[in-house]
Write a new protein. Sequence first.
Length: 326
Amino acid sequence: MALSLGNLATRDARRLDRGSVVRRRPEREAATKARYAHRMRRAIELLGSGQAFAHLSDWRSVTVRGSEAIPWLNDLVSADLNDLRPAVARPSLLLSPTGSVLAGFTVTLVEGVVVLLQDPRQPRSIATLLEPYVVSSDVELSDRTGGYSVFGLPGTAEDPEISGATWSTPSCLGTGGDLIGRREDHDRIATRLSDAFTLAGDEDVEAWRIAAAIPRIGVDTSDGDLPAEAGLDRAVSFDKGCFLGQEAVAKMRNLGHPRRLLAALEGDGAVAAGETVSSSAGESGVVTSVTRANGSSLALARIRWEHRDAVLRTSGGILLRPRIPA
């Protein structure tokens, strides 16, 4: 079809419009990134200040029943369970005989039953790992994932006091507390919580976790890590008796230092998980987790012990500064 002046004008206008779209695209991308960073900053503030809660009912839930449940478990795991009681939970680890972290979980009591809560992102189920140790003990392990309603409130240690829900602190998220109820009470508990708190999504919780520098097994750790190398020392009782891997952990703590550590860092530019971190001495480690907030990239990185005080940069040239966890 022949082009008329009108058609030419329309074609040229479309070209100009496409050109303006191309020019506006970086502006839109910058605005989108700014909105995302603002949302993450707000999520960090709400979760950290006890104004938000998260659904955790997809976390693995394993019950340990039987007359020997607590002493049997106490002989295996890193936490001291001798003083386990209602409302008081214990973050814990299961280690290999050589001290490597196999799994992390929180031990709590729900209606008198020992319950283990485990992040589903972890590659190995605690139920599967513990099963070979039952042997002839009066212990029964049951995977009850989905059988409990679990809600995390990482910024508050104060019980919201909702009927039919057990309060447990610290939260399996790391700080604050958890409300745990029966599956059939999920909607009722969620509604009550929504009256007083803001619901946070998975991405919001992840941003808060990174800002708080809380390690996530399967994300910030690797096979063979000792607790100190994964930033998980708080889940180890160094005063209790023997447990799996205890000798290796004690030897490293008393006679040496970890090969690497998990560092909380901050950079002014874009940083991505998986980026190599280097110093003037060479390759220093790798970025494991990142979120954007306050105009900066908040990161966790696995850093070689001997490079812990070095000036660090990503493979993209971004300077990484030590930061205080939120």
